[in-house]
Design a protein around this ligand. Structure first.
Ligand SMILES: Cc1ncc(COP(=O)(O)O)c(C=O)c1O
Length: 361
C-alpha cells in the first residue's frame, strides 16, 4: 500500500503472549499456567489496589502528568522531580525517547535479539538499526563500544537482559562507558532491576548520574502492575525537560499513578515477590539444566532455554497447558523463555517437560 512507509510495512506486529483463558478454550484444558510474559504470579501489590480504589471517585478529573509519583521517586532516590519522568510503562517512555532524540540520519545500536519492544520502536522510526552478537548470551559491551560510529545516537542496554536474563557487571559497564562519546545517549533499561539489585556485581545505575544515560524502570514486573501501564525514567534534567515536551500531557493515567505510589509503600509484597522469584529461578535453572538444557544464569524473573527444538517444544507445552514464550520473534528461533510462577506452578512446568521429551520424571 503506497501510504505505508517501507520500514513500517516490513515490521511484524508485536504478538503479546496468549491469555490463559484463550488456551484453555482452544485445547479444552481444565487448568492453564501462563509463564510467558514475565509477570508477577502473586498478582498486583495489595497496597497498589488500595490506592487505586481511593482515586476512583476523582476519575472525572485529568491526572497530573505523573507529578506526584515523580516527587515520590525523587524522594526515594535522593534526586529532584526534574530528574524523573513517569509514563505508560517503561515502553511508553522508550517511545518518547525515540521520538524526542532521533533524527533521520541517526543510528541506533544494541545487541542482537534485544528486547522486542525496543526493536519495534526503533525500527518503526525508520533509522539505521545495528546490532552486535551476544557473547555467551551476554551483552558484548566491548564490541558495542567498538561499533559506535559518527552516526550513533542511541545505545540500548537492558540489564538484566530480556530474553536471556543475563547481566553485565559494574566493571564491564564502567569500561564501556569510558569509550562511548558523550554525544551518544545510553538507555539503561532496568525493567528487572529489583531482581538483580542484590547481586554485588550488578551496577545500580542510580549511582552513576551521567549526563548521557537515561535509566528506565517499571512497575510491571516485581510490583505486579503490568496491566496498569506505569514505568519511570531517571536522567539529567535537560533530557527529562525535553522528554516532557514530547510525552502525552496526561500520561500516566490517574489509576496507574496511584497504583505505583501504593506499590512503592508495599515493602512486604516486594519482599515476598523477590523471595518467591529467587526460589523459582534456582529451581527452574537447576531442573532444566538437570534435564540437559543450556540455561544461561538469570538475574531476572525468567529463564531462557536454548534448544533446537524450541518451536515444537513451545507448541507441545501449550497443549499441556503451559504457556511459554517462543523467541523466534526476538530473533532467536532456537530458544524459549519461561517466567517464574508460584512454587507449585514451577513444579508443574518442570513436570510438563518430561512427557514432552518422552522421559519419565
Ligand atoms: C527489558 C524490558 N524492558 C521493558 C519492558 C516493558 O515494561 P513496561 O511494562 O514497563 O512497558 C519489558 C517487559 O517485558 C522488558 O522485558
Amino acid at each position: 500500500m503506497p501510504l505505508v512507509p517501507p520500514n513500517i510495512a516490513a515490521l511484524r506486529p508485536y504478538e503479546p503472549g496468549r491469555s490463559a483463558e484463550d488456551v484453555q478454550r482452544e485445547f479444552g484444558l481444565s487448568r492453564v499456567i501462563k509463564v510467558a510474559s514475565n509477570e508477577n504470579p502473586l498478582g498486583p501489590s495489595p497496597r497498589a489496589l488500595e490506592r487505586m480504589r481511593r482515586v476512583e471517585a476523582k476519575l472525572n478529573f485529568y491526572p497530573d502528568g505523573g507529578l506526584e509519583l515523580r516527587r515520590e521517586l525523587a524522594r526515594k532516590y535522593d534526586a529532584k522531580p526534574e530528574n524523573v519522568i513517569a509514563g505508560s510503562g517503561s515502553e511508553g517512555i522508550m517511545s518518547n525517547i525515540i521520538r524526542t532524540f532521533l533524527c533521520d540520519n541517526d543510528e541506533v545500536l544494541t545487541t542482537e535479539s534485544a528486547f522486542l519492544g525496543f526493536q519495534l520502536l526503533a525500527k518503526s522510526r525508520g533509522v539505521a538499526y545495528r546490532t552486535v552478537p551476544y557473547r555467551d548470551w551476554r551483552y558484548d559491551l566491548e564490541a558495542l563500544a567498538r561499533a559506535v560510529t559518527e552516526r550513533t545516537k542511541i545505545i540500548y542496554l537492558a540489564n538484566p537482559n530480556n530474553p536471556t536474563g543475563t547481566i553485565f557487571t559494574k566493571h564491564e559497564f564502567d569500561r564501556f562507558y569510558a569509550h562511548v562519546p558523550e554525544r551518544v545517549l545510553i538507555i539503561l533499561d532496568e525493567a528487572y532491576f529489583e531482581y538483580a539489585k542484590d547481586n554485588p556485581s550488578y551496577p545500580d545505575s542510580m549511582h552513576y548520574r551521567y549526563d548521557n544515560v537515561i535509566t528506565l524502570r517499571t512497575f510491571s514486573k516485581v510490583y505486579g502492575l503490568a496491566g496498569a501501564r506505569i514505568g519511570y525514567g531517571f536522567a539529567h534534567e535537560d533530557l527529562i525537560a525535553n522528554l516532557l515536551k514530547v510525552k502525552l500531557p496526561f500520561e500516566p493515567s490517574a489509576l496507574a499513578e496511584a497504583a505505583a505510589i501504593g506499590a512503592l509503600e508495599d515493602k512486604e509484597f516486594l519482599h515476598r515477590s523477590l523471595e518467591l522469584n529467587a526460589r523459582g529461578i534456582r529451581y527452574l535453572t537447576e531442573s532444566l539444566r538437570g534435564i540437559g538444557y543450556e540455561v544461561p544464569t538469570s538475574d531476572a524473573n525468567f529463564v531462557m532455554v536454548s534448544t533446537p527444538k524450541a518451536k515444537t517444544m513451545a507448541a507441545d507445552l501449550l497443549r499441556a497447558g503451559i504457556i511459554v514464550r517462543p523467541l523466534e520473534s526476538f530473533g532467536l528461533p532456537d530458544a524459549i523463555r519461561i517466567s517464574t510462577g508460584t512454587d507449585e506452578e514451577n513444579q508443574a512446568v518442570v513436570q510438563a517437560f518430561f512427557p514432552v521429551l518422552g522421559l519419565t520424571s
